[in-house]
Design a protein around this ligand. Structure first.
Ligand SMILES: Cc1cc2nc3c(=O)[nH]c(=O)nc-3n(C[C@H](O)[C@H](O)[C@H](O)COP(=O)(O)OP(=O)(O)OC[C@H]3O[C@@H](n4cnc5c(N)ncnc54)[C@H](O)[C@@H]3O)c2cc1C
Length: 304
């Protein structure tokens, strides 16, 4: 498909955050191109929770409804492709995909992040099904179950403290030497939370539903649910290529209006924050869409 090449805005990433930005821009009569490579971070999770009006939907259905509603606006084009390169031009931005090049006055990055899994057999297969990242998304479904937290140090302590809201049947798996101070260890002991420091070999599961952990010493422990916080990396280096700043944690730096440190470039959703949720992705997209449109209105209106 050969598309018209010039747009008011290009949105790279057409999942919840990008589609939300597109909705605001389409309703502002803006000519928009959404480029999406079709790999949202939550695609493996069977049900998405904690988003008003759509609690419990499959992630794909949620995205399909959003896409259908956005594409009602005739000035919006959705392209299944991957943006591989971006550069600034005199009038805005030039984006190269695997197949074509496009130009726009403004740019929105809605590219999400990639979770980096620990090298534990079965972890990837259970991710989003019985190995969970967020209690607000999935904690209710596994409440009161026998639950493990794969984490260590004070971050692990804070994580297990949070999860104690949903279940008292908790074990901390540090997957190696314990890095907790004595006070934290004592507090966990007082709550009957065991700390297991054995290295993990495998999560034994059936279709992603974990039933036990096998340790490298050959022993096993039954478990029904696991929480883990993975390392993450940006899905694309486009923000870096365009000289956008990042936070120390590796997220694209944005203002409360989702503007990056480079004028004309906005970033929304997971690529900007560790507070990952569909609701927050949608909210940041809506803010960016409205702010970007206002920027264009100002430029057009004040241009004499
Ligand atoms: C396993 C799991 C389960 C979750 N469950 C829930 C839940 O129950 N409830 C909830 O509220 N939240 C949940 N979340 C969080 C939620 O899924 C994310 O916060 C949300 O998907 C973020 O939306 P996004 O648009 O920023 O990024 P994503 O949804 O990850 O989408 C990013 C999009 O950008 C595209 N992209 C990336 N790079 C390029 C490129 N170079 N060119 C073109 N396209 C590109 C990708 O293909 C993808 O489609 C879950 C997350 C995970 C990992």
């Amino acid at each position: 498909m050969q598309l018209q090449q010039k747009f008011d805005a290009i949105i790279i990433g057409g999942s919840y955050a990008g589609l939300s930005a597109a909705m605001a821009l389409g309703r502002s009569l803006r000519k928009v191109l959404i480029i999406d490579s079709g790999k949202p971070c939550n695609e493996q999770t069977p049900h998405s929770h904690n988003f008003l009006t759509r609690d419990g939907e499959t992630p794909a259905h949620l995205a399909a409804i959003a896409k259908a509603q956005v594409l009602v606006y005739p000035s919006i084009t959705y392209l299944n492709d991957t943006a591989i390169n971006a550069q600034q031009t005199k009038t805005g931005f030039k984006i190269d995909t695997l197949t074509q090049s496009f130009e726009s006055k403004k740019l929105i990055l809605a590219t999400g992040v990639k979770d980096i899994f620990p090298s534990i057999k079965g972890f990837a297969e259970c991710w989003g099904i019985s190995v969970l990242h967020c209690p607000y998304c999935h904690g209710y479904e596994v409440r009161s179950q026998s639950t493990g937290i794969i984490a260590n140090d004070e971050m692990g302590y804070e994580f297990i403290k949070l999860i104690s809201n949903w279940t008292e049947d908790l074990t901390l798996f540090t997957n190696g030497p314990v890095e907790l101070d004595d006070l934290s260890k004592q507090k966990l002991a007082l709550k009957n939370i065991a700390i297991i420091d054995k290295e993990i070999e495998e999560l034994v599961h059936h279709n992603g539903l974990v039933n036990s952990i096998t340790f490298k010493d050959g022993t096993q422990q039954k478990i029904e649910a696991i929480y883990a916080r993975c390392a993450m990396q940006q899905n694309t280096a486009i923000a870096a290529d365009l000289n956008c700043d990042y936070t120390p944690e590796g997220y694209i730096t944005v203002t409360s209006f989702q503007q990056t440190t480079v004028p004309g470039i906005y970033a929304v959703g997971d690529c900007t924050t560790m507070m990952r949720s569909v609701a927050s992705a949608v909210a940041t997209g809506a803010i960016a869409g409205a702010t970007l449109n206002r920027e264009l209105v100002n430029e057009e209106f004040e241009c004499l």
